[in-house]
Ligand binder design. Structure first.
Ligand SMILES: [Zn+2]
Length: 343
């Protein structure tokens, strides 16, 4: 890599082109490194499957070496019948850009001389996009980034347009996993579950049809307020405190009917007093109290969150309530004298 620096202070154009050149070189070097690592890993996988290094003769007469790769023709899965058979070249679109000319090893079955279907751990056949981009799609959509933003970023990374459907298909792969998560019994039931609703705006397709800049008919998108009912579990594991979101439910409101769906599911998954659940923590909002009473009755401790009580208590927030001067503020001031928490 050679970059021409001038003796004096960098001029306007140079201030732009030099960093660009550096970044371009970095990407090239990174792509080269990625190719090397991927090549090394797939070669290592072949060596393990075959049980022999490159150049080492196979032992067709020895005990069968059963592997999970099999011949596409005769179905043989004895690695002692397989031999290395050169490479094919493929492309791979990754978060570092397009990796070209990636050599992928091929194997041949000696029973029928056909190809062995090799399924590499880190390289899926017929998948143009590598797993780092799939992970990016999950994370970005999880962080509320729009499909279009993800597509734009991917397109810039791989150097050609990426369709909305490509990214959407990947995100949709999560839904069976989410369904399974919601219905898998707890391995360890949390000792305490804290319940809370988080309000968000979810974009959805409206009824009204509008025309975009390219005169295509599109359904108008509009924001809708929804609430994510969240169950946060707390355990002590090997003397360490652990906390994790154990379940959630997207709902229209915080009415008790909505909370009950989540609570019944938690019970179905094993979150009961007899399995170690000791307490449920919640705020005083909506129908949550009623739902907890209906589902858990007296079996666990139903504790209003002390932090929330503090928040609702005027002594903890005297300025805000007093400044507002509303009737609510006045009520809060009255309640201040009765608050057990701040006394
Ligand atoms: Zn075969």
């Amino acid at each position: 890599m050679s970059i021409q620096f001038s003796q004096g202070k960098l001029q306007d154009q140079e201030r732009k082109t030099i960093p660009q050149q550096v970044q371009c070189n970095m990407q090239k070097e990174a792509q080269e490194a990625v190719r090397e690592v991927v090549t090394e890993v797939v070669e290592a996988e072949v060596t393990v499957k075959l049980g022999r290094e490159k150049g080492q003769p196979r032992q067709p007469q020895s005990q069968e070496r059963t592997v999970d790769w099999k011949c596409g023709q005769c179905g043989c899965n004895d690695a002692n019948q397989f031999i290395r058979d050169g490479h094919y070249r493929r492309e791979l679109q990754t978060g570092w850009g397009l990796i070209q000319n990636l050599p992928v090893p091929m194997l041949e079955c000696q029973c029928c001389k056909h190809d062995v279907a090799c399924e590499y751990t880190i390289l899926e056949k017929y998948k143009r996009f590598w797993m780092d981009l799939s992970q990016d799609a999950f994370w970005s959509s999880g962080c509320s980034q729009s499909l279009r933003d993800i597509c734009d970023r991917w397109s810039a990374t791989v150097g050609h347009p990426v369709g909305l459907r490509t990214v959407n298909e990947r995100i949709n792969q999560l839904s069976p996993l989410v369904h399974r998560f919601h219905h898998t019994p707890f391995e360890r039931v949390p000792e305490v579950i804290q319940l809370d609703g988080i309000w968000v705006t979810i974009t959805e397709q409206g009824e009204v049809v509008v025309y975009d800049r390219r005169n295509r008919a599109r359904h108008e998108r509009r924001g809708k307020k929804m609430v994510i009912l969240v169950a946060l579990g707390f355990w002590t594991e090997n003397g360490k405190e652990k906390r994790e979101i154990v379940d959630w439910q997207i709902a229209k409101s915080e009415k008790h009917e909505e909370w009950e769906v989540l609570l019944h599911r938690l019970v179905e998954r094993g979150a009961k007093a007899e399995n170690g659940l000791k307490a449920v923590i919640r705020d005083g909002c909506g129908g949550l109290g009623q739902a907890v009473e209906l589902v858990y009755a007296q079996s666990v401790i139903d504790q209003r969150c002390i932090f929330r009580q503090h928040q609702e208590c005027s002594r903890c927030l005297p300025d805000r309530t007093q400044r507002r001067g509303s009737s609510r503020g006045k009520k809060a001031i009255d309640a201040r004298s009765q608050c057990r928490l701040s006394s």
